[in-house]
Design a protein around this ligand. Structure first.
Ligand code: SF4
Length: 152
């Protein structure tokens, strides 16, 4: 009997469970919503996403009525709204939940979330990925019809 194919919908379910588990952990969280970390040119850092995270972010973007992801002229995250808020907050990637800016107390220690990162990497592998990709490229790929990202 052939092994069932791992579906994007299954991956998104697992990724959301990982996010929920992260939220339940008693880790230091002090984001005040300044959104400085969403301005990649300012910080010099861009979040990297596994495929499962990108699918969840793309699904949130589609739920907001969007059909494509365009680069922001100022180099900010394409999901950063003009009001300085994340427009896919519920679907934001793992890095946005853990790599807190200095104003929020700095990033979580990797050891505190290593098991969750491993689970995200396992999902990526099962979907045929080869590791995390920078946010704009990862989400653009996830928005493509063949990715299955529009199923939710
Ligand atoms: S996905 Fe949201 S929280 Fe993450 S960098 Fe983009 S705007 Fe900021």
């Amino acid at each position: 009997m052939s092994r069932p194919v791992y579906q994007p919908a299954d991956a998104m379910l697992e990724v959301r469970e990982i996010y929920a588990e992260l939220a339940r952990r008693p880790l230091r969280k002090n984001c005040t919503g300044l959104a400085d970390c969403c301005r990649f040119r300012l910080t010099g850092k861009t979040p990297y996403l596994t495929i499962g995270e990108a699918l969840v972010a793309a699904a949130a973007w589609r739920a907001a009525g969007r059909t494509s992801v365009r680069p922001a002229p100022d180099g900010s995250c394409p999901f950063l709204g003009g009001d300085g808020r994340c427009r896919i907050y519920e679907g934001r990637p793992f890095g946005c939940r853990t790599h807190f800016c200095e104003a929020a107390g700095g990033p979580m220690a990797r050891g505190e979330v290593r098991d969750l990162i491993q689970r995200l990497e396992d999902i990526d592998h099962r979907l045929g990925g080869q590791g995390a990709v920078n946010l704009p490229a990862a989400v653009q790929a996830a928005m493509a019809p063949k990715s299955g990202g529009k199923r939710r």
